[in-house]
Design a protein around this ligand. Sequence first.
Ligand code: FES
Length: 227
Amino acid sequence: MVFGLVTTLAGTKWFFADVLADGATPGEFLLNLADFPALANVNGSAVLTLPGAPAGLASIVLTRNSAAEFFAVDSTCAHNQCQVPPASYNPAAHQNEITCACHGSRYQANGELLGGPALRSLRAFSARLLSPTQLRVSIPEFRFTLGAIKSQPVSGGNRLKLTFPALAFLTYNVRYRATLSTAWTTVNFSRFASGPLIQIDYPGIGADGEVYVAAPRPAGFFSIITV
Ligand code: FES
């Protein structure tokens, strides 16, 4: 089981993803567009793996259709579950399209089916530009809450407070990686804002867990996993 949290730290700006718990409210990722150069220009497209994605949702294809319009779709091909690549612009059709490399199914970047063998469209998610630099992607399957806040500096270094639902009888670790493509490393944490960062295992007690980690440089991503 993996619980995920995207935390992107750029300079003094802190962005994070809330993944909401109750199932009635969609899980929401806040993405800093500066972290995804492929999306800087219209018709740019990228495949993102979201830490903590629910089973069956490996990643999403995010495409910038215009300056302010983004499409986010499940990257799992509707034919036989291959992972589709980013979209590319088809000048003849004046649109961004996704072509599955396995058997050639074609979709519009918004997920709409253009040609088989797939018989249905890719699943689409809401992607909304909140500011020139920040995009919100909503994925309803996320049913747990994660949050991150900047904590007070401790011994000259900022800390990040991570909260997550910690089920009883499960033990959790905190992992970090600098980019979406680098490997996860387990990081030490403290249960307290000013305590030493020496703990690895967090025993769940059926209530929200709170841990403090050293704020990373460079920007990066956190996930909480059960071990
Ligand atoms: Fe994509 Fe067959 S799995 S076309």
